[in-house]
Unconditional design. Structure first.
Length: 305
């Protein structure tokens, strides 16, 4: 949930690599300054789907030395993550003088860190920009996992691992999940490992290692031809279908109209330029949220829980 800030405050939005233009587009004329991938905008904070991390109350802090910088950060709080922008060597030396923050890859199932994590950067040799309160519990919003390189048929499973870790919610054993566009089965594998029952739908076959798992039913066909009414009550609808955003929006609207799905998680994939208009239509669906996961590429994750 976004913190509120006074209307004259500045809020920082850190863009993922390669997606600065998307963050700027979302913020429009609220933008007041840009430092690398960090966009400063007039507050209060707003939901920006493409932001990897939100700096809620960034402060300019003058410094006279490496020790002075570290002392001033420690006086505010313990845990800090560096966004290295300028004077990289100087910034690294300051970071070495701060308490160590563990950034070890997570084993899936472990919760997100609970301790507050601030972010800071050097915008010039004698000036820091620091925010003790940020939206992400992970340095620069980058969630890393101890990967399973044997069982999943693709790395797409990391998107669900990340989402469930951030949300602190996931399908429960016995719940029915529909996985649209499932092949080769990375998402189905995650859902089955959680104990859910999975109906996997795709014109292409599932990987044999996934298709034979208990609780997995594979149905050959197009995700767009499946009649929601023929499925019955669904606890979670998942879609990682490769299609244009407008076509996915029509699919989602059809399932919403059927009224038989409790929760939605869908990847909105962009082929070519980012379709901001369709993104706005997804965002306008009541109760929904859009975010760019660290394991997303040129795509967003839309959810309604």
């Amino acid at each position: 949930m976004l913190r509120t800030a006074p209307s004259d405050a500045r809020v920082g939005y850190l863009a993922p690599e390669d997606y600065l233009a998307e963050v700027r587009e979302e913020l429009g004329d609220l933008v007041v300054d840009i430092h690398g991938r960090l966009v400063l905008a007039r507050g209060p904070a707003k939901p920006v789907a493409w932001a990897a991390n939100v700096w809620f109350d960034p402060m300019r802090i003058p410094i006279v030395s490496i020790g002075d910088a570290a002392k001033k950060l420690r006086a505010i709080q313990r845990n800090w993550a560096l966004y290295s922008l300028a004077s990289h060597r100087r910034a690294a030396l300051i970071a070495q003088n701060l308490p160590k923050v563990s950034a070890k890859p997570l084993v899936f199932g472990a919760g997100a860190p609970k301790a507050p994590l601030g972010s800071w950067t050097l915008i010039e040799a004698a000036t820091m920009l620091a925010s003790p309160h940020c939206s992400s519990a992970f340095p620069n919003g980058e969630v890393q996992f101890v990967e399973d390189r044997a069982a999943p048929p693709s790395r797409a499973y990391l998107k669900l691992w990340e989402l469930f870790t951030i949300l602190g919610a996931r399908p429960e054993p016995g719940e029915l999940c529909v996985d649209l566009g499932a092949s080769p089965g990375g998402w189905t594998w995650v859902l089955q490992q959680l104990g859910a029952r999975v109906l996997s739908v795709d014109k292409a076959a599932l990987d044999d290692r996934v298709a034979g798992l208990p609780g997995v039913e594979y149905r050959r066909g197009s995700a767009f031809s499946l009649d929601p009414r023929a499925v019955g009550s669904v606890d979670w609808l998942f879609s990682d279908v490769v299609c244009y955003p407008r076509r996915l929006l029509a699919l989602v609207q059809r399932w919403i109209a059927a009224g038989n799905v409790r929760r939605f998680v869908c990847t909105v994939k962009f082929q070519g330029a980012t379709d901001f208009e369709t993104v706005r239509q997804f965002a306008a669906i009541p109760g929904s949220r859009l975010l760019h996961l660290h394991h997303n590429k040129h795509e967003l994750t839309w959810l309604r829980l």
